[in-house]
Design a protein around this ligand. Structure first.
Ligand code: ADP
Length: 502
């Protein structure tokens, strides 16, 4: 019998993973390799470009060998990746002109400040859906060209810019293709969402020549074939998608109003808004869901800066637990937080408050408060912050979403998932395959080679493992939301004092 598999390559911030799925969306084998993070100065983060390629190739070889899978059994490869991270390389040799500037890196904040002072925020918002920030690739490209003195080479077409998807696609096809997809392009701050093309005004603002940029492809569709030197077999590479977008697809969020939340170090919530880009005035970003057969689908995106990181803080700084998973047992020792509220605004507060002066706040402690109450408040803080985003999504949609689909490391915590259902008054659906980012990339690749007849058939592989339904009555919910909002107001008041002090 001819077996067929789909291979997802998930190139993340700390590791590169390869995961093999059956066409039914079942996980067959996986492998992962970490690589070194470089911090040349405080606030700066870099990756060695070839580390990203090498660990990806090693992961795919190992996944196939542990799963006893032959390269000829792989029908297609899908690439999903850390977004915004910026690379520039020589078009002839493939050699990068500098290390990759990682999305978290703050080195280009002054470039963004100047843009804001020049009054360009509104134009950028309107064209790209983004709030100007150093996260996105545009200012990183500018920095790279300036620091390496390569503007002239870029203008002569001797160099290629790409996000990680582009760089991997270039190398994995043996330098045959310089492409990206619309989801990754949408995170550069150079891509016009409505026109689905690089924006000439923005290219002028950043003085970036168009020849430097990759061709923007659909999210699914063959962009080239895997260099035979990787696995000894030419396999079509048939999908490119930013990690959060692949997860949205892997969660089967195909309909307008379908929403997913990924619970990791931070949280990333995306809601499908259909064929029209929707603008939100309270801080959600407008972005792509994906582009299939030339048809763009859009999404709203919001993030929680500190989510699982609050649990790491309990573990690493306070020593209350020795593993993140223990937070569940500790918090389960008490029925509620006894009035304790924790706002883990370690690095400021995002949507809907947007206050970078905010810092972590603990309120409502009485003499009997215990470690268990704090652990419970920390888990609740993840759910409350996610709920604040969900309410923004609901307001934009004009109704409550039907359910919240969840993935990410912290979704292993049943108590947290129940808290989310209770606090948001929504059914929380946890899927059988928790690797939804990789699953999404694999299914998109299957779609790209025609293994599935439609996006719905591809994404229809999603299956719930567990549904958490709301148990709080409306009154309890309101009381608890009031406590949370009071703690947030305290945090914002304290931030305003800090801002006055300068
Ligand atoms: P990332 O992709 O951001 O590295 P992961 O999806 O691997 O994150 O999830 C890791 C994060 O989830 C960590 O911040 C960790 O503290 C948190 N986490 C993992 N397991 C649990 C758990 N059982 N309960 C609560 N938090 C958890």
């Amino acid at each position: 019998m001819n077996r067929q598999f789909l291979l997802a390559l998930d190139q993340g911030t700390t590791s590169s993973r390869a995961i093999v799925f059956t066409p039914e969306g079942r996980l067959s084998a996986s492998a992962a390799f970490e690589f070194t993070q470089h911090y040349p100065q405080p606030g700066w983060v870099e990756h060695e470009p070839m580390d990203l390629v090498d660990t990806t190739v090693r992961a795919m070889r190992q996944a196939l060998s542990t799963g006893g899978i032959q390269p000829k059994e792989i029908a297609a490869i899908g690439i999903t990746n850390q977004r915004e991270t910026t690379l520039i390389w020589d078009r002839k040799t493939g050699q990068a002109i500098h290390r990759a500037i990682v999305w978290q890196c703050r080195r280009t904040a002054p470039i963004i400040e100047r843009l804001k002072q020049d009054g360009l925020t509104e134009m950028i918002r309107d064209k790209t859906g983004l709030v100007p920030d150093a996260y996105f690739s545009a200012s990183k490209i500018r920095w790279l060209l300036d620091q390496t003195g390569t503007q002239a080479r870029a203008e002569r077409g001797e160099l290629c810019f790409g996000t990680v998807d582009s760089f991997l696609a270039w190398h994995l096809t043996g330098g045959q293709t310089h492409v990206t997809d619309a989801t990754n392009a949408a995170r550069t701050m150079l891509f016009n969402l409505k026109e689905q093309d690089w924006d000439d005004d923005l290219l002028r603002v950043f003085n970036i020549p168009r020849v430097l940029l990759p061709q923007v492809k659909d999210t699914a569709g063959v962009i080239g074939t895997l260099d035979e030197r990787c696995l000894g077999q030419a396999i079509p590479i048939a999908a490119l998608a930013g990690d959060q977008h692949a997860a949205l697809f892997g969660q089967g969020c195909l309909e307008e109003g379908a929403v997913k939340n990924t619970y990791g170090t931070g949280c990333f919530m995306l809601m499908n808004t259909g064929a029209r880009p929707v603008r939100d005035e309270r801080g959600l970003l407008t972005t792509m869901a994906w582009r299939l057969n030339g048809k763009p689908m859009y999404a709203l995106e919001g993030s929680v800066f500190v989510a699982g990181a609050a649990i790491q803080w309990l573990r690493d700084e306070l020593g209350l637990i020795s593993t993140a998973a223990q937070s569940e047992q500790l918090a389960s020792q008490v029925p509620d937080t006894a009035g304790v509220c924790f706002v883990p605004a370690f690095t400021g507060l995002g949507a809907p408050h947007w206050d970078m002066y905010a810092r972590g706040t603990l309120t409502g402690f009485s003499r009997g408060a215990k470690a268990a109450h704090l652990a419970r408040a920390a888990l609740e803080s993840i759910a409350f912050q996610s709920n604040d985003l969900l309410q923004l999504m609901a307001a934009s949609l004009g109704r409550a979403p039907e359910a919240l689909r969840v993935d990410g490391g912290a979704t292993a915590n049943d108590l947290l998932m129940q808290m989310q259902a209770d606090i948001s008054g929504i059914t929380v659906l946890r899927p059988q395959v928790r690797e939804t980012t990789a699953l999404g990339a694999a299914l998109l690749a299957g779609l790209g080679v025609g293994m599935f007849s439609s996006p719905a058939q591809a994404a229809g592989k999603w299956r719930p493992e567990c549904a958490f339904t709301p148990a709080w009555d409306a009154q309890l919910r309101q009381e608890r939301l009031r406590d949370w909002n009071r703690a947030v107001r305290t945090t914002l008041f304290e931030a305003s004092l800090r801002r006055e002090k300068g």
